[in-house]
Write a protein of this length. Structure first.
Length: 216
């Protein structure tokens, strides 16, 4: 469209987009403020838990986060990557041999997706998801230390490709929160990642669950 011939239309579209972006930002800001208020109320009721310093840090990071651009959803990725992620999600709802089968298939699909395109963030996330759940089922022992390192490297690679993605931030935060310290667990870094994920997408229930655990 010729902007010289249709200046009013172009400006109207820009104005509508700006208003929509502003509305989403205000909605996200309200959700974040509600969460902080709930944490303050819960802390006062318990008289322990999140200290003043931790809460101040949370508020500061939230304010900083609200100034950042809105992150996009997890990159769509290739068909192989999407199928691998679907297997991982499906496996969450079942147990036993069928769950293990789905995770094996999901990991094979994810590895094929990474081999086809190492710059596919969703493919690396799919490896992380399927392999991570396999480890959760089997338990972390000395025989799987290399797999733990691989899980960590896969989520790191995914975040390298999509550093603002809230799902990836929450996934790494959850990993660092649950890993033992000798395997690289880091509660402080986990909390920061989860706050960034929450600010980007306050509606994500998994992120909220992890963050509430971090702030207890």
């Amino acid at each position: 469209m010729d902007s010289a011939r249709f200046p009013g239309h172009i400006e109207g579209v820009k104005s509508n987009r700006a208003a929509a972006t502003s509305g989403m930002a205000l909605t996200r800001q309200y959700a974040v403020q509600q969460f902080v208020a709930q944490r303050q109320s819960a802390d006062r009721g318990r008289h322990h838990g999140v200290g003043a310093g931790s809460l101040a840090t949370l508020v500061a990071l939230v304010v900083f986060g609200m100034l950042q651009p809105r992150a996009e959803a997890t990159p769509q990725g290739s068909l192989l990557a999407r199928e691998a992620l679907a297997r991982c999600m499906e496996a969450e709802a079942i147990q036993g041999a069928e769950q293990r089968r789905l995770l094996r298939e999901g990991l094979q699909l994810a590895e094929a997706a990474v081999e086809a395109d190492d710059n596919d963030a969703a493919a690396h996330f799919a490896v992380f998801c399927n392999l991570g759940k396999q480890l959760r089922i089997s338990g972390v022992g000395f025989g799987v230390l290399s797999d733990v390192g691989r899980v960590r490297s896969e989520i790191d690679r995914a975040l390298e490709l999509a550093p603002l993605d809230p799902d990836l931030l929450a996934a790494k935060g959850g990993l660092l929160q649950n890993l033992p310290r000798f395997l690289g667990g880091d509660e402080a870094e986990a909390t920061q990642l989860l706050i960034r994920a929450f600010v980007a997408d306050p509606s994500n229930r998994t992120t909220r669950k992890y963050l509430e655990k971090a702030l207890q």
